[in-house]
Design a protein around this ligand. Structure first.
Ligand SMILES: [Cu+2]
Length: 495
């Protein structure tokens, strides 16, 4: 069977499958994420899926028409406008017609659901939450189900949903379903569309999901939003968008002002010193790990109170394939390496992970690449006095001396410092005992602060060693191995 025939065959196969799925659409929808889904009633999402690899082929080789682009090393593809240009429509490793891959937001759970009277029923608890932003730095927030930000709601286009919202806060609240086209009385705006849910009370939201995309839910009391009351609401299409991705990650960016001796955010502040991705600050945000050659989607949501984030990704060019409103038609996708995401906006990035290594993904605002910053107070302009000693005796704190003998201190107040970033042995254990950071360079955490995280692109064997094996791995093993392999490759090419 030549390539053209194979493609046709696969398209026909997909159409048959879609028909079968549509026939089952009336039955109870109790599938787990990742299982085949029935079509939505209007059938809108059933475009014929693109061919990826022949069924059962795990070689990772691209179909002929995509071979202008390499999945395993930097390449341009092209020319401009072609499907292969910068890997734009190059498929990943999953089969055609696949169900959407489950969404994964590192460091965040998903809200479980069960079918009750024909609806997916989720229980949401609005409550005080303590969150460890960095190892041993516990802060107080408002959140959902023990988490700040809240755990993810994952659903599918066509689902009928019910949210039972329990208010365990000391004050009234509501939940707004951001971006959803739903009945007015379900919109969650206090006084305008419903009475506030009083402390100790429960409210039930019910509606049907006809959309698909990256949405979110949040309290509709501004101060509660500033305290962290928000979460992802991911609605998958019935059949994976074309071309299907192998990974579907989510990162929520937030800013808080927390004074140095406080654990509660100042919701009035306009100047922020704690920066979190999925409720943790770099380097505690867990890296995204994927396999070389996969097609990867990262959905980035900016839920900061005031500030926009220019999100930069190293070593790859990505395509903007969706915003918080909906999926963007492929003709309008834009290639970028830095995407500015405004407050309450989301961007979906897609790329082929063709470049092996540990690549940072971060907000490019310098204040957001630091954390827990302090100004001209405290010990950072005082030689030999650490933060602990300063805090221990506020009354006897040393006099501010704006001029030091050292050359580095010649400028008053310079350098500023990330307060409390000295990591204890225990904190280092928490950082480095995570599977996802195995084999990274020994001091990697010194280069990842605030709104920074790492995307690890690993060849199959290294991926297995990092993610699936418990054998001991020295710091730097993966990085060194990749450098050595590139060197060998270059030598082989020269010979
Ligand atoms: Cu930023």
């Amino acid at each position: 069977m030549d390539s053209h025939d194979r493609r046709k065959f696969l398209k026909q196969g997909a159409a048959v499958t879609a028909g079968m799925l549509a026939a089952g659409a009336g039955s109870a929808m109790a599938q787990e994420p990742g299982e085949p889904r029935p079509a939505s009633a209007d059938g809108l999402s059933l475009q014929p899926p693109r061919e990826t690899s022949p069924p059962g082929d795990t070689s990772g080789e691209l179909p002929e028409e995509f071979q202008a682009f390499s999945r395993t090393q930097p390449s341009y593809g092209g020319p401009v406008g072609e499907e292969t240009y910068l890997g734009k429509l190059v498929p990943g490793l999953r089969d055609a017609g696949a169900a959407p891959v489950p969404f994964e937001a590192p460091d965040l759970d998903k809200i479980p659901w069960k079918m009750v009277n024909g609806r997916k029923e989720y229980h949401i608890y609005c409550e005080h939450v303590r969150r460890e932003l960095l190892p041993n730095h516990w802060m107080d927030f408002f959140g959902y189900n023990g988490s700040m930000p809240g755990p993810t709601i994952e659903a599918h286009q066509g689902d009928k949903v019910r949210f039972v919202v329990h208010n365990r806060l000391p004050e009234p609240t509501t939940i707004h379903w951001h971006g959803l086209e739903l009945p007015n009385e379900m919109d969650g705006v206090p006084f305008v569309t419903q009475d506030p849910i009083m402390p100790g009370k429960t409210f039930i939201y019910e509606f049907d999901l006809h959309q698909a995309g990256t949405f979110f839910y949040h309290a509709h009391f501004p101060m509660q939003e500033a305290f962290g009351m928000a979460g992802f609401f991911i609605i998958h299409p019935a059949v994976a968008w074309d071309p299907p991705v192998d990974r579907d990650f989510g990162l929520m960016f937030q800013n808080f002002r927390i004074e140095w001796a406080q654990t509660v955010p100042d919701s009035m502040a306009m100047d922020f010193n704690w920066h979190t991705i999925n409720g943790r600050s770099g380097p505690y945000t867990t890296p995204l790990v994927c396999k070389l050659g996969e097609r990867v989607r990262i959905r980035i949501l900016n839920f900061s109170p005031q500030q926009h984030h220019p999100i930069h990704f190293h070593g790859h060019t990505f395509w903007i394939t969706g915003h918080e409103g909906a999926r963007i038609p492929a003709d309008a996708w834009i290639p970028r390496n830095n995407e500015l995401i405004g407050v309450a906006q989301a961007s979906d990035l897609e790329f082929i992970a063709f470049n092996p290594g540990d690549w940072v993904l971060h907000c490019h605002m310098v204040h957001h690449m630091m954390n827990h910053m302090v100004r001209q107070v405290g010990p950072r302009i005082r030689k030999d006095i650490d933060v602990g000693a300063y805090k221990a005796s506020i009354e006897n704190r040393p006099r501010v001396d704006f001029v030091h003998d050292d050359q580095g201190f010649a400028v008053p107040g310079y350098p500023q410092k990330m307060q409390g970033m000295e990591m204890s042995h225990e904190a280092m254990q928490k950082l480095n005992s995570r599977r996802e950071v195995r084999g990274m360079r020994k001091m990697w955490h010194m280069g990842v602060h605030g709104l920074m995280t790492v995307v690890r692109v690993l060849p199959d064997d290294l991926y297995d060693q990092v993610m699936n094996s418990d054998e001991k791995m020295e710091p730097g093993y993966v990085f060194n191995e990749l450098v050595a392999r590139r060197k060998n490759q270059r030598q082989e090419q020269q010979e």
